[in-house]
Ligand binder design. Structure first.
Ligand code: ACO
Length: 363
């Protein structure tokens, strides 16, 4: 038994395929590079939900429905915002999604609630009131406008849209697996998405990109790289943005997002230090783990892309949720169709009743 269920197949899916050896991600028949170049959030929703949602909609209909769903999500803010006082942004989002009623919520409202709640929670933390969504805008542009006093830089909106597409689905990652486990009990889509968000929050999964920026800040300049690395390894710390359970080569999403950063104003300046840090870290990881290839994962350049798009680092994990909620909802529908509760086994190693042996009790 592997403690991390490494290599265990726990679901059959039509949604995405991660090839860890080749460094390739295919979502419903398309390479991620192709999707990142041409799709927006609504296109990606249409692709992922196709055939899984009753009353299938094309991407134009989904774009309009998402706009209206953002208005519905904003109606929930008077209940959420007072309850979220004093919470961090991710805790606030967790609370907000948990407050959605099962009989009044669908996949569209969940996908709309993430950007609407995130923007409002951030504004509340800055002492500002929420701004109303504009249903005519795209998902990323409207989020940036709600966040930034009504103004959304077009290049930043395009970059964020590309980011949302790039991270929308990725096989049976920890949060998606959680969503499928909860969905398999028939607890409903809200509970399954809340469970998924809880799994995403951890620094070994979606909580990594904020600390990537902290790392670059602490390193400061090229001379700071090696001493910082020595200190991290001496303290036994993991390096955020590196290593992956499945990839034994570079995560293909890292280069997609590096391209996003390069196209944004100010992004190029950050890339120079980031590339030097990346090269030094990869050399150190290769020397320390010669038998286990540890390479750059999606979170390293996510941090730079979201920073260049103007997001505060406290919102990076919430931005990840904004994209990944598409994959979660698609997997929830798929799991619900399969109909069987996910209930694996465990091996007992605890005490046994007097006079009995562990081998006899636990087999
Ligand atoms: N920094 C330092 N050492 C590392 C790192 C890292 N980033 N990643 C793995 N290692 C070490 C492990 O400690 C382990 O060493 P040990 O055998 O001495 O304990 C060894 O490399 C092998 O680890 P793996 O089996 O490859 O790691 P695992 O599959 O268990 O974990 C994970 C994968 C959680 C992503 C890990 O690489 C990590 O913690 N990375 C840093 C956090 C991060 O970037 N998370 C985002 C991942 S991408 C995503 O979820 C969207």
């Amino acid at each position: 038994m592997d403690k991390g269920l490494d290599g265990v197949v726990a679901a059959v899916t039509n949604l995405s395929q991660v090839d860890g050896e080749a460094g390739r991600l295919i979502v419903r028949g398309h390479d991620i590079e192709e999707l990142a170049a041409g799709y927006d959030f609504a296109d990606m929703a249409a692709l992922l939900w196709d055939g899984l949602v009753p009353g299938d909609q094309d991407s134009g209909e989904i774009r309009r429905a998402l706009g209206l769903a953002r208005l519905r999500a904003a109606e929930k803010l008077p209940h959420l915002l007072p309850a979220a006082e004093g919470l961090t942004a991710i805790e606030g989002l967790r609370a907000g999604l948990a407050m959605l009623a099962d009989d009044d919520c669908d996949h569209l409202l969940l996908c709309a609630a993430v950007p609407v709640f995130t923007a409002a929670l951030w504004r509340q933390a800055q002492g500002k009131g929420p701004l109303a969504p504009d249903p005519a805008k795209g998902q990323a542009e409207d989020f940036l406008a709600m966040l930034n006093d009504g103004a959304a830089d077009q290049a930043a909106a395009r970059a964020l849209e590309t980011y949302l597409v790039t991270v929308a689905d990725h096989g049976l990652n920890a949060s998606t697996f959680t969503a499928r486990v909860v969905a398999s009990t028939r607890a409903g889509i809200v509970s399954a998405v809340v469970g998924a968000l809880c799994a995403l929050k951890g620094p070994l999964h979606g909580g990594a990109p904020g600390p990537v920026l902290d790392m670059l800040d602490e390193i400061g300049d090229l001379d700071g790289v090696e001493p910082w690395l020595e200190r991290q390894f001496a303290a036994g710390e993991r390096l955020m943005g590196f290593g992956h359970r499945v990839y034994r080569t570079r995560d293909p999403r890292a280069d997609v997002l590096k391209g996003v950063v390069a196209n944004l104003r100010g992004g190029q300046n950050r890339i120079e230090l980031a590339e030097a840090v990346e090269a030094a870290i990869l050399a150190q990881l290769a020397a320390r783990y010669p038998d286990r290839r540890l390479d750059t994962n999606v979170e390293f350049y996510t941090a730079l892309a979201l920073e260049a798009a103007g997001l505060p680092r406290e919102l990076f994990t919430l931005a990840f949720a904004m994209g990944r909620v598409l994959g979660w909802t698609a997997h929830i529908f798929e799991q619900e169709q399969s109909g069987r509760i996910i209930r694996p086994a465990s091996r007992y190693t605890g005490p046994v009743p007097k006079g009995e042996t562990l081998a006899a009790v636990a087999g």
